[in-house]
Design a protein around this ligand. Structure first.
Ligand code: HEC
Length: 127
């Protein structure tokens, strides 16, 4: 039973990564790289790597309640909204990021809402 549970858990984590590969990786490089490394190779990138995005989001979106579940829920909700309705007004990327890459094109109608929820939760847990 334990083994089965482990199998289900690992395959579902894997499935979420596959969804990221399907809907996001064409623009967001998924290897963990530092801000410095990103700067060095930014002319080859279409968007900031997801590890750099998450580092910044986790630094800037901080809830006052010391509760990891609440923190995750707020960040996940922010990202779900941003992917569907991106705008420089609400974005937390540095202004240079917008100059370099432009605003992210909305993924509305491209990524199914259920898949998006799984993707952003996986991204939060992974980076
Ligand atoms: C066509 C290219 C493209 C695709 C596909 C794409 N993104 Fe982006 N994304 C960008 C660019 C460019 C930025 C940087 C500018 C910005 O923040 O709008 C960005 C920024 C972001 C940000 C930071 C938002 C902020 O606060 O500034 C998040 C989070 C994000 N993307 C998540 C995703 C997820 C999750 C997916 C897959 C469902 C995805 N993106 C698919 C191009 C893309």
């Amino acid at each position: 039973m334990k083994l089965l549970l482990f199998f289900i858990m690992t395959t579902s984590i894997f499935a979420n990564e596959v969804l990221f590969d399907e809907y996001c990786v064409s623009c967001h490089f998924k290897e963990k790289i530092s801000f410095k490394q990103m700067k060095a190779q930014r002319q080859h990138l279409k968007a900031p790597p997801i590890s750099v995005v998450m580092e910044r989001i986790k630094k800037h979106i901080v809830v006052k309640i010391d509760d990891e579940d609440v923190q995750k829920a707020v960040v996940v909700a922010y990202m779900q909204d941003y992917v569907l309705e991106p705008s420089i007004d609400k974005g937390i990327c540095h202004v240079n990021c917008y100059v370099q890459f432009g605003t992210m094109p909305s993924q509305k109608g491209k990524v199914p809402p259920k898949a998006l929820k799984q993707i952003v939760s996986w991204v939060y847990d992974t980076y």
